[in-house]
Design a protein around this ligand. Structure first.
Ligand SMILES: NC(=O)C1=CN([C@@H]2O[C@H](COP(=O)(O)OP(=O)(O)OC[C@H]3O[C@@H](n4cnc5c(N)ncnc54)[C@H](O)[C@@H]3O)[C@@H](O)[C@H]2O)C=CC1
Ligand SMILES: O=C([O-])CC(=O)C(=O)O
Length: 271
């Protein structure tokens, strides 16, 4: 039997801790936990013990030293600290703060030289298989409409800078319209999905994004609409927020688990 691949997890929050649990309990039998990084090492020790996991706790920049796969599950502000060593060391790098990746696309060029691979989960979104397939032909337009409970958007830099209030809304309010690059900059903790969609399809400049603060939704709801020479499609996902972080849908961690599973699976379904 070949040796298990070692996974390093940067950030043990809503996504990272769920992934650590899935590795520790054998959900991903070809993988083992190589190392983790956490802001609070003592708390992390307790969290790992509670899920029956054992792994050294190392600084973010050291994950790539010992791990074959580095999974970034941290705030966007420390993205580069995790990503750059993983790319320089030729690892498989799985990011979830995909909005942050848009500011570091030089890493993709660098990966060509080091042999690293960037593998982006669909995350909280839907349908990137169809978008990637359509992008092999001609795509005319891609739009993302995101609707969130107003509190899930509060504090976003774009709202603060433009003095847009999402308090006491009686009806849905469109708070942003622009492209995916502008959306990722203005809403760094909210529209990783826009960045992922753009990288699967026609790039951040040509991917249109609308963000709505909607008092009638309790779930983070994303609709993608694609017009291409092969097909027209519209898909919607309604994400149940995690208990740990209401900004993050439960399916995100599952998407990361599914992404890691297909790295070693003898059969994969979906493009
Ligand atoms: N791609 C997608 O579809 C989605 C991406 N996300 C993004 O994924 C990322 C993680 O999300 P969550 O797990 O919900 O966040 P979270 O806030 O629950 O967890 C982040 C963890 O990183 C830790 N951390 C912060 N600074 C650190 C440091 N310097 N060193 C080590 N650990 C540190 C925090 O203590 C926390 O435990 C965020 O950037 C979020 O925006 C979230 C949802 C969907
Ligand atoms: O819907 C979610 O779970 C989170 C989200 O929009 C994102 O981070 O892009």
């Amino acid at each position: 039997m070949s040796e298990k691949l070692k996974v390093g997890i940067g950030g043990l929050g809503a996504i990272g801790l769920t992934l650590a649990r899935a590795i520790a309990d054998g959900t991903l039998p070809d993988l083992t936990l190589g190392a983790v990084s956490a802001r609070d090492a003592e708390k992390a020790k307790g969290n790992l013990a509670a899920i029956g996991a054992e792994a050294p706790i190392v600084p973010l920049e050291s994950l790539a030293e010992t791990c074959d796969i580095v999974v970034e599950c941290a705030p966007a502000s420390v993205f580069e600290t995790i990503a750059r060593p993983a790319i320089e060391t030729g690892r498989i790098f799985v990011p979830v703060s995909i909005g942050a990746l848009l500011n570091h696309m030089d890493l993709v060029d660098r990966a060509k030289d080091t042999g690293a691979r960037l593998v982006l989960p669909t995350g909280a979104l839907i349908g990137l298989d169809a978008v990637r397939a359509a992008a092999e032909g001609e795509i005319e337009s891609v739009t993302l409409e995101t609707r969130k409970p107003p509190l899930g958007l509060a504090g976003a830099p774009y709202l603060v800078e433009n003095d847009i209030s999402v308090e006491r809304l009686n009806e849905a309010k469109k708070v942003f319209e622009g492209n995916a690059r502008e959306a990722a900059k203005g809403f760094p903790a909210n529209v990783n999905v826009a960045a992922a969609l753009s990288l699967a399809g026609v790039g951040p400049e040509r991917t249109s994004v609308e963000i709505w603060a909607d008092p009638d939704v309790t779930r983070n709801t994303h609709t993608i609409r694609v017009e291409a020479d092969s097909a027209r499609f519209t898909m919607t996902i309604e994400n149940i927020p995690t208990e740990e972080n209401p900004k993050t849908g439960k399916i995100t961690a599952l998407s990361v688990i599914a992404t890691l599973r297909r790295l070693t699976a003898p059969l994969t379904a979906g493009t």
